[in-house]
Design a protein around this ligand. Structure first.
Ligand SMILES: [Zn+2]
Length: 387
């Protein structure tokens, strides 16, 4: 069956196409063209989306949960419901993200997440309506005590190849991203080994001074986790990790653009520094996302949520941000066009995390895309051509 979606504009996201049409067959995109230069193929079901904007589905490479489900605690049968919730916010792929927890609980969680990822891989594109878990982001246990945020200190451990190998085995090789503090003894070896296995090594939760951050990049780190949060602060005579993150063109970096974790003006500074090619939006969302205020779990951590702010003993503990709101916030905080804001939620995270063929709306790609209003509100999300 052939379906043609027509709309007002489309972001690939590097290009803007006016009066676009997208042809979908068996869950894949077989053509993206403009009606100005090409005829819509005959014999297809036409979905007219009016004055909407089409963009690739959002990719969230740092998310702990949503809809009441915690990525480390939910069962493999519950997790698809998280994917359904995320799809309502324009997300079509995500990295369930761990927090520091007892190692046995972490191994068990990684096995469940591997089950979820393999189940999604085994499903044909045309059979899904939920965002897919694409790989695992290990946020910890190799984090700085000083910059641990709410990760429990008793579960932080020094990086060793042995522990990394056990985590890798439990996840059956589905670790795609790892946040690590490069200044901890043992970190460089683990960074190099993880990079060799094509893990996107992301520096963060770190008190690193500039030389350690630079050494991490030499060892294979290529990204930075929630810039400014849980990092040694920037000082004009002691630039530290943030000095490296904001100035090194080899590094991409992400930010929580909820206006709570980082002031809007600093989000703007970050976006200027990293530019439209290297800035990545994440949510760091927890199970409370899409739920009423109250008390929730983030792995082993109890979190209180009030007025959109998540705290544990007074420290920020993740967010209730959604990707569509992060995109809209970037247009407001920094005056970025919707096209560039979309890029920071699609192509850029795909490139940072090595997700080949994702984050683009182009011929040959999976038919995972989002239908937006011109203001960036989600009208609907198409997963595998359905929605
Ligand atoms: Zn996190």
């Amino acid at each position: 069956m052939k379906t043609v979606f027509i709309a007002d504009r489309l972001y690939t996201p590097t290009e803007e196409i006016m009066n676009p049409f997208v042809v979908v067959e068996d869950g894949r995109i077989t053509d993206v063209s403009s009606r100005v230069s090409k005829e819509i193929p005959s014999g297809a079901t036409v979905m007219d989306l009016g004055d909407a904007v089409l963009a690739p589905g959002f990719l969230d490479i740092h998310i702990h949960g949503g809809a009441g489900l915690d990525a480390m605690r939910a069962s493999a049968s519950e997790l698809p419901r998280l994917g359904q919730f995320l799809a309502t916010h324009g997300v079509t792929g995500y990295f369930p993200t761990t927090v520091a927890a007892p190692l046995d609980a972490t191994y068990a969680a990684l096995e469940r997440l591997a089950d979820t990822i393999e189940a999604a891989q085994a499903t044909s594109p045309a059979n899904g309506t939920a965002a897919r878990a694409l790989g695992i982001h290990l946020e910890g246990p190799f984090l700085s005590h000083k910059r641990r945020g709410v990760h429990p200190p008793e579960y932080l451990i020094a990086p060793t190849l042995e522990v990394f190998e056990r985590l890798w085995q439990a996840a059956r090789g589905h670790v795609r991203m790892m946040t690590i503090a490069p200044e901890i003894p043992g970190a460089m070896e683990v960074i190099a080994e993880a990079a060799r296995r094509n893990v996107c090594v992301s520096i963060g939760h770190s008190d690193a001074q500039l030389p350690a951050a630079q050494a991490a990049v030499k060892a294979g780190a290529r990204h930075a986790t929630h810039t400014f949060n849980a990092m040694r602060p920037l000082d004009h005579r002691d630039p530290g990790i943030i000095g490296e993150v904001l100035t090194d063109g080899q590094l991409s970096a992400d930010i929580i653009a909820d206006g709570i974790h980082v002031a809007p003006e600093v989000v703007r500074l970050f976006l200027r520094a990293k530019g439209i090619e290297h800035a990545v939006l994440i949510t760091d969302a927890i199970s409370a996302t899409g739920m009423p205020d109250g008390r929730y779990q983030l792995g082993p951590i109890t979190v209180d949520v009030k007025d959109g702010k998540c705290t544990s003993n007074g420290s920020l503990a993740g967010s209730v941000l959604t990707m569509d709101r992060a995109v809209r916030n970037v247009t407001q905080f920094a005056g970025w066009s919707l096209q560039n804001a979309v890029r920071a939620a699609t192509l850029n995270p795909a490139r940072s995390a090595g997700l080949a063929g994702l984050g683009v709306l182009a011929k040959g790609a999976r038919a995972d895309f989002v239908v937006l209003s011109s203001q960036g509100d989600v009208i609907k999300t198409i997963v595998g051509g359905q929605g």
